[in-house]
Design a protein around this ligand. Structure first.
Ligand code: UD2
Length: 286
C-alpha cells in the first residue's frame, strides 16, 4: 500500500497534545492514516461490539443512532450491535450492511434515570463475561441520545480508551467536575487528574472493559451502602478508574461534540459523534 512517509521532524499537529505523558495517543484529525489502520485491523479480523441502552422513553433515540452508525461507525469492519432495552418489540428495524448484526437484549428498567444510567456498568460487566468475550474483540460503549456525524473508525480502538468531555477540556484539573467528597469511592483530590472523561463513549478490549465496568459497579455499590451517590453518577467513577488505570488511547472531543460552532474552537476540525439536545425533564419522567 502506498502512502505518505511519516515525517519525524514535522509534527502532525502543533496546536494540541497528541500523546499523553504515559505515551497514549490522543486521537485528533490529522494524527492518523485510516488506510494503514484499516489494513492492520482487517489483518486481525477484528469484530467490534457496540453497546447501547435504550430504556423507557430513550427508545426514540435508537433509530437515528443506528442509522447514522451504519453510515459512519467502523465502516468495512465486522460490527455487532448490542441493544439493551426494556421494550424489545419497539427496537426499529434497520437494514444492516454486510458483516453487521444486531442482538436485542432485555434489561430491567429503574424508576430513577440515574439508576438506569449507572446500572449500565453492571450489565456490561455481566455480559462481557457471559457473551462478549466469545463474540467480539473490542467493545465500544455509548449513550443513545447521540448521532454519528462523521467517520468513527478503528483509530479509536485500543486496550482501553476514554473520551475527553467537550465541556471542560481547556480547564485546570481543580475545575473539573470530579467527585470531591472523600466519602465517595469516586473521590479525586483537587491536585490530581489528567482529563475529564465522558461516560458517553468509552471502550477497549473485552477483558479491559470487563475490569472497568465491574470496578465502577462495585464502587457504586459501596457508595450506595454508604448512602452517597457520586455527583455525575457512573461518569464520576469512570473518571476515578481512568485516573488509576491509564487509558491506552484518549479520544479528543471530536469524538464527543455538542454541535457548538466549530469555528469558535479551531482545534476541533471534525465533529464525529454528537450529543443531541433533549428535554431532560420530559424524557426522564414516566
Ligand atoms: C451524562 C453522560 C452519561 C452519563 C450521565 C450520568 C453525556 C453526553 N452523557 O448524560 O454518559 O454519565 O451523564 O449522569 O454527558 N438511559 C435510558 N433511559 C433513561 C435514562 C437513561 O436508556 O430513562 C440511558 C441512555 O442510554 C442514555 C444514558 O442512559 O444515553 C445516560 O443518560 P442521559 O443521557 O439521560 O444522561 P446525561 O444526558 O446526563
Amino acid at each position: 500500500m502506498a502512502y505518505g512517509q511519516p515525517q519525524l521532524l514535522k509534527p502532525s499537529r502543533n496546536d494540541v497534545l497528541v500523546v499523553t505523558p504515559w505515551l497514549a495517543p490522543v486521537v485528533w484529525e490529522g494524527t492518523f492514516n485510516i488506510h494503514i489502520l484499516n489494513q492492520q485491523f482487517r489483518q486481525q479480523n477484528a469484530t467490534i461490539g457496540l453497546t447501547v441502552f435504550a430504556v423507557k422513553k430513550y427508545i426514540i433515540f435508537l433509530k437515528l443512532f443506528l442509522e447514522t452508525a451504519e453510515t459512519y461507525f467502523m465502516v468495512g469492519h465486522r460490527v455487532n450491535y448490542y441493544i439493551f432495552t426494556d421494550q424489545p418489540k419497539h427496537v426499529p428495524q434497520i437494514l444492516l450492511q454486510k458483516g453487521r448484526q444486531m442482538a436485542i437484549l432485555r434489561v430491567q428498567s429503574y424508576a430513577r434515570w440515574q439508576d438506569i444510567s449507572m446500572h449500565r456498568m453492571e450489565v456490561i460487566s455481566i455480559f462481557s463475561q457471559r457473551r462478549f468475550l466469545r463474540e467480539v474483540d473490542y467493545l465500544v460503549c455509548a449513550d443513545v441520545d447521540m448521532k454519528f456525524n462523521d467517520h468513527v473508525g478503528v483509530e479509536i480502538l485500543s486496550s482501553l480508551f476514554g473520551t475527553i468531555h467537550p465541556g471542560f477540556f481547556w480547564l485546570r484539573r481543580d475545575a473539573f467536575p470530579y467527585e470531591r467528597r472523600p466519602q465517595s469511592q469516586a473521590y479525586i483530590p483537587q491536585d490530581e487528574g489528567d482529563f475529564y472523561y465522558m461516560a458517553a463513549l468509552f471502550g477497549g478490549s473485552v477483558p479491559e472493559v470487563y475490569r472497568l465496568t465491574k470496578a465502577c459497579h462495585e464502587a457504586m455499590m459501596i457508595d450506595e451502602a454508604g448512602h452517597i451517590e457520586a455527583i455525575w453518577h457512573e461518569e464520576s467513577h469512570l473518571n476515578k478508574y481512568l485516573l488509576h488505570h491509564k487509558p491506552t488511547k484518549v479520544l479528543s472531543p471530536e469524538y464527543m461534540w455538542n454541535n457548538g460552532p466549530l469555528n469558535l474552537t479551531p482545534c476541533i476540525k471534525r465533529s464525529r459523534f454528537v450529543i443531541l439536545q433533549k428535554d431532560g425533564k420530559t424524557m426522564r419522567t414516566n
